[in-house]
Design a protein around this ligand. Sequence first.
Ligand code: SF4
Ligand code: SF4
Length: 426
Amino acid sequence: MAEDYKPMWQELGLDIEKHDALLEAVGQMYGENFLSQENRPKGMEYFDFVVSEIHGLRIKELVDARKAGRTVIGSFCVYVPEELILAIDGISVGLCAGAEFAFDMAENYVPRNTCSLIKSALGFKLAKVCPYLESSDLVVGENTCDGKKKSHEHWQSIIDNLYVMDLPQVKNDNGRRMLLEEYTRFAAKLEELSGKKIEAGKLQESIAIVNKKRKAMNRIYALRNADPAPISGLDALLISQVFFYDDPVRFTDSVNAIADELEERIKNKQGAAAAGTPRLMVAGCPMAVPNWKLPAIIEDSNAVVVGEELCTGERGHEYLTDENGSSVDEMMGNIVDRYMKIHCAVFTPNTERLEKIRDMHDRYNADGIVLYNLQFCQPYQIESGLIVDDLKKSGIPVLQIDTDYSQEDAGQLQTRVEAFVESMKG
Ligand code: SF4
Ligand code: SF4
């Protein structure tokens, strides 16, 4: 019999009724989008299990870990270095921000024309449905876009464990210096919270653990250039999403097992979609669980997604941190160097992202690119104009989609995606 997690959720202060409604909706979406797929790798069973226990077993692990004296750090952005969190024997978890839930409550704080991600994070807190947030000793809010920066001022009045991390906006020496200062301040906060000092040996071990996780992801992503595509875009996105909250060592083993299986599938010409299916890459804003809307539409339109230039995709895991170094200071420098490479649109200028997108398009053998923006996301929406021009000049087909978390425009999007896919066949 399945374990009854209700007492745990009650203890965490969740609103059980609303939480039941959320879990039911997520379960239904998962069944429709994932379990209905054909020719899935067998290794996806692990991820099916993880999602079925998304607010159950993993939360119990966090609760038990806290009882054993470990510290849980919740965050919303890929600039929060997991290496430092592991170095105090902490646990890093991504926080819920992928569903249209309690937006009416969120809109008491932020305007309607705020991106869905920011409203979702607020909605999950205000409706008391995110056990990850309620299990976090510290919630890290990152000063990235204006929407996030200003929403932190509201978060300050809603929770008492918010830690605001400042981030540079320009990739130069000043920016690097600033990030080093911020990561040093964050490391001190982690030490204070946990009562554990970050030691060089433990930091090096932590860097290696996170690198292994990234390398396993990079293996899967590299295999996606095959035709037929060995894994669907939906399944690959799911793995990228689980990256942010599963136990890192267990996750790495599961991803490597899938990579082994994908290698076999490629040898046997076995695909998630037939050979010759139009191949699309998606670039843009992050897709947090359970935001599966766009890849589901694409893969319902006789195309397959073969790569994601998203934080829940290659942008989130591509670069490794240099593991060499004999002191904490040296390794802090390595960590900063790694995170300064991420091409988020909050940086200006961000021309390297244009090159990155073209490079990924070639590496994944993609036929075209779908630019995905959340409505009211200024950094990505404004940057899109540059990307569209650049791709058109390079002769790469591109479709720009600006949407939100609602299903209202799903039919219209499907029509546009189908027309785009058809145009590539010609
Ligand atoms: S898009 Fe930028 S701000 Fe958003 S999670 Fe990614 S790195 Fe952070
Ligand atoms: S999607 Fe855009 S507006 Fe929303 S939090 Fe991320 S960068 Fe900010």
